[in-house]
Design a protein around this ligand. Structure first.
Ligand code: PCA
Length: 322
């Protein structure tokens, strides 16, 4: 008899640990499995599922397979899903603080980008909290550079082209470059190029390499204009209902995920840039003229951004420049 009880207890305990009774938490992410942010998301989910003592089991749904990217913020806010990954820039119209992420030439190396993130984090966390979302971690992309079908020596070489945009800030940037912004999600990039919906884009070497950019364009100019990030957020009500232990496990996994992003992004950028070049894309440094013209546009965008929300934006910039 005693033996029987013990066996049952052991069975219950092992089922709990294996997540058989665990509540399922869904985590939609926007980008595919080959990207550094997605790899980190899987590890984050695993760490929580393994560490929460059977309370929750996190299922990652990558590549916008469960929820389309533009819908992820609302899905988390309303509790349709408990966790989600979002490109910060797409929330630029929710509040100007989110635009810190897509301002050209504000932070162009990874050290500065991390500093900018630390400066922006309190404002971002506050705005997300207003929307019922708890900030867990951010993960950087490689620096964003220019992809075209011809060499680019100066800004006027781009005039009139249809430029991919992925956020309100990049639409504004395309306007200021005298190009026409067109919003295209990552999975549609190859087709958008081949059907002439876009002629050029500014994104990471990762997104170019994963989308086999050599099939539809030929030149990569390394302007490294900004270093954007994704954030991973939780529905605040769902998060607060968890035991304190599980909340702590999530926060610990989040800190580890964030550290992995900054540690891994430099190598990822180098590897993906090599892939572009190995596949025949002409990878080159930008001319001084092009950079001077682009920097002027960056300065205009900083001024416009400050004017949109002087208090919050100044708080970020003051902290960043300290
Ligand atoms: N890739 C994503 C976001 C930033 C990046 O490098 C994209 O192009 O949409």
């Amino acid at each position: 008899m005693i033996k029987k009880i013990t066996t049952a207890a052991v069975l219950v305990a092992s089922l709990a640990t294996s997540g058989a009774y665990a509540a399922k938490w869904n985590m939609p992410t926007p980008y595919g499995d080959a990207n550094l942010p997605t790899k980190i998301a899987y590890e984050f989910a695993e760490e929580i599922s393994a560490g929460s003592n059977g309370e929750i089991d996190v299922a990652v749904h990558s590549g916008a397979s469960l929820i389309k990217h533009p819908e992820i913020p609302r899905a988390v806010r309303t509790g349709q899903v408990q966790l989600g990954e979002i490109f910060i820039g797409i929330m630029g119209n929710t509040h100007p603080v989110f635009k810190h992420d897509n301002i050209p030439f504000l932070a162009t190396n990874y050290q500065d980008a991390e500093k900018l993130w630390n400066a922006a984090r309190p404002e971002i966390s506050k705005q997300l909290e207003k929307e019922g979302m708890t900030l867990l971690y951010a993960v950087p992309w490689p620096a964003q550079s220019l992809y075209t079908k011809q060499p680019v020596a100066k800004l006027s070489d781009l005039e009139g082209l249809k430029m991919r945009a992925y956020s309100p800030s990049t639409s504004r940037l395309a306007d200021l470059m005298n190009t026409t912004p067109t919003t295209v999600q990552v999975p549609e990039i190859p087709q958008a190029f081949s059907t002439g919906i876009i002629d050029a884009m500014i994104t990471s070497p990762s997104t170019g390499a994963n989308g086999q950019a050599w099939d539809y364009l030929s030149h990569y100019t390394d302007i490294a204009a900004w270093i954007p990030k994704n954030v991973v957020v939780a529905n605040t009500r769902a998060f607060k209902r968890l035991s304190q232990e599980t909340q702590d496990v999530i926060m610990k996994a989040a800190a580890a995920a964030e550290a992995k992003g900054w540690a891994g992004v430099v190598d990822q950028a180098a590897k993906d840039t090599a892939t572009l070049s190995d596949n025949g894309i002409v990878v080159s440094e930008p001319s001084d003229e092009l950079m001077a013209e682009l920097r002027k546009i960056g300065a205009i965008m900083i001024d416009e951004w400050k004017a949109e929300a002087p208090t919050e934006v100044s708080a970020i910039l003051d902290q960043y420049k300290m």
